[in-house]
Design a protein around this ligand. Sequence first.
Ligand code: IPE
Ligand code: IPE
Ligand code: MG
Length: 235
Amino acid sequence: MNIPEHIAIIMDGNGRWAEEHGEERVFGHQNGVNAVRNTIEGAGEAGVKYLTLYAFSTENWNRPKEEIDALMELLVKAIHNELDNLMKNNVRLQTIGNIESLPSKCQIELKDAMKKTKNNKGLTVVLALSYSGRWEIVNAVKEIVKNNVYEKDISENSFSSFLNTQNIPDPGILIRTGREFRISNFLLWQVAYTELFFSDILWPDFRKEHLFEIIEQYQFRQRRFGMTGSQIDNH
Ligand code: IPE
Ligand code: IPE
Ligand code: MG
């Protein structure tokens, strides 16, 4: 089986899941943590190297303050509670996004978990927090200007090295749960040739079986990268 090195997920549908259960939106976010735990386990079992999870977008700062506060609170709790599990599963934790914009409590918890898991050699879980693709690209341009990089030294490769994902291969698979069909400012540069999968499952119901099913479907995709089908077949 062809297992992509990197799978990225837009974890959407928590609010609607809660609504369907007659509960407040926060209940959906809380139950989303179970889906995260199970999916991380599955990705590790499948032999995926990087799993990037879109947990909070730049635009999500525009949500009601109570929901943002609850999400940040949940983030602190979840990282704290899941740390043993991450260690047990040999998972290394990393982040992308504007981490400095998060409440200091979150930053401290994240730093601690990254430090403790930094030598783990299994799956790397990349949490996208206060992240957006446009923010990341603008940020890269600022870094390039600050570093007085010469025009002749600018290439797709060198530009990529100024992105938050500098050492991470582009995703082979991007999954969006929750019945929406858009990218919502996620990994804009990196998904140039990623295979897209849209799942009707609302995020709190997503489990490793759904992930495995998508990896199976991925086997039937022909990644042509601009070439013809027969060029790929004869390779
Ligand atoms: C995704 O679920 C989680 C975050 C964006 C933090 P939503 O909260 O967007 O759930 P829906 O889309 O409203 O159902
Ligand atoms: C995308 O979901 C962001 C995350 C999953 C963190 P949203 O629910 O914020 O996306 P839109 O606003 O419906 O596009
Ligand atoms: Mg949503």
